[in-house]
Design a protein around this ligand. Sequence first.
Ligand code: SF4
Length: 336
Amino acid sequence: MPPFVIPVFIHHQGCPHRCVFCDQTRITGAAGTGRTVDAEDVRLEIERHLIRPRRFRWPVQVAFYGGSFTGLDIDLQLKLLSAVKPFIDKGEVDQIRLSTRPDYIGPDTASFLFDHGVRIVELGVQSMEPEVLAASGRGHSPDQTEAAFGYLKSGGLEVGAQLMVGLPGETTSGLIKGAYRIAGLKPDLVRIYPTVVLKGSGLARLYEDGRYRPPSLHKALALTARLKGIFDRYQIRVIRMGLQATETLEQSIVAGPYHPAFGELVLSRILFKKVRAVLSCLPAEGRGTISIAEADQSIFRGRKNMNVKRLVDLGLAARAEIIFDNNQPRNTVVVR
Ligand code: SF4
């Protein structure tokens, strides 16, 4: 059963970094409270969300998102984590997850977090290309990401990697090599975000000056599909592709490959390519049968039945009847 996640947004005030894709004013307060979250906020947020999992007995995670948790003052980290402890002691919360930067993880970080109920840490890796990290103003290196993975994994924590496609200076070969390097670090989960240009960000200035062009939606989907394929091969879960669609985000976007159903479009592309490959191997004159999981039917068909129309246009649709099977595992294509 997937956990019930209680999100607590720690608006990272005074972040010393200047990542080009980040709209600091939105993150640090203008859209939030303008002040750092405190222990009472955490308690109230948990109480507010607990009604549903109490009734349905879901596993519950408290997730500190929206900033670099381990970059906060250590006393504040302690206060926020301690605010969750009474709920863990009562069995109402199972574990804590948080997101942070790779360079804010040191040799002692994992034991501190583990002792205070944290079980999952998501790292803002973004890229494994040094030039891309530099051009994006990230202020950390791929080696620091590797070191952070080592510290967290040896401390018994699950590690997530957050990656971006379309950052300035990115090359397709560098992106793919970076994905293999990340896969070699064995993350427990991955999120892939397309780079979009947000109002007020450094990227918006570069874009307006003509010094940055975001990838098209088509290219971002193709790159994300390739990364997903790599992580699938290593049996690494990709738990999100695309940005969480919110009104605030949509109002802030100046340019870039944003789509509210980005992840679904990626999955649709991947399934289409699998089906196309299978049909291409069947005799043109034959009429075989291939099956797809019933649960994948709408993803396979795509928006407005687009994938089916493409198979017709390619002259492949007549090679087999496509059926949908309730008992078939998802993301598989079987020739019958
Ligand atoms: S994305 Fe970069 S600039 Fe924005 S809050 Fe995180 S570390 Fe700071």
